[in-house]
Design a protein around this ligand. Structure first.
Ligand SMILES: [Zn+2]
Length: 155
């Protein structure tokens, strides 16, 4: 995409999101930033600049906080595992320049990290594996009864 087109689509994003809640915009430029086009992220960032936040949203720990917040709302049973995964990633050198996305896939927590670092990849894999054995709602762990990420009791 050339510069003029980039500017045009970015400006249309600014127009569309001018009144969006600050929390939503923050999510869009942190945890969800790799789910959006680059021009959309630039647009969200420009709106946020105007709102002059009093805290830094571009730190690894802030990302972790929002990541845990986003996914523990959806999957309360996995909150501790999600927090543990983020802590381990940061301790082992993950930073904001390394794309990290996650989603639910038929009751499994699927996480993708764009890095060739074996340690970081293993942290993601082992934690996702752990979560696949637990109920996403209550955290109950007994793989016999977990179906689509939900235990018998919570179904
Ligand atoms: Zn359950």
């Amino acid at each position: 995409m050339n510069k003029i087109d980039f500017k045009l689509v970015m400006e249309s994003v600014i127009k569309d999101y001018l009144n969006a809640p600050t929390e939503e915009l923050i999510m869009n430029v942190t945890v969800s930033r790799w789910e959006h086009h680059e021009w959309a992220v630039v647009g969200f960032e420009k709106i946020l600049e105007e709102r002059s936040l009093s805290y830094d949203i571009y730190t690894e720990n802030f990302f972790k906080k929002k990541f845990v917040e986003k996914f523990s709302r959806l999957y309360p049973g996995w909150t501790n595992d999600i927090r543990k995964m983020m802590t381990e990633l940061i301790e082992n050198g993950w930073n904001l320049s390394i794309p990290l996305t996650a989603k639910d896939y038929h009751g499994r927590f699927e996480c993708f990290i764009s890095s060739n670092d074996i340690i970081l990849q293993q942290i993601v894999e082992s934690n996702c594996e752990l979560m696949s054995l637990k109920c996403s709602r209550c955290g109950f762990s007994d793989d016999e009864y977990i179906f689509d990420g939900v235990c018998q009791k919570c179904r």
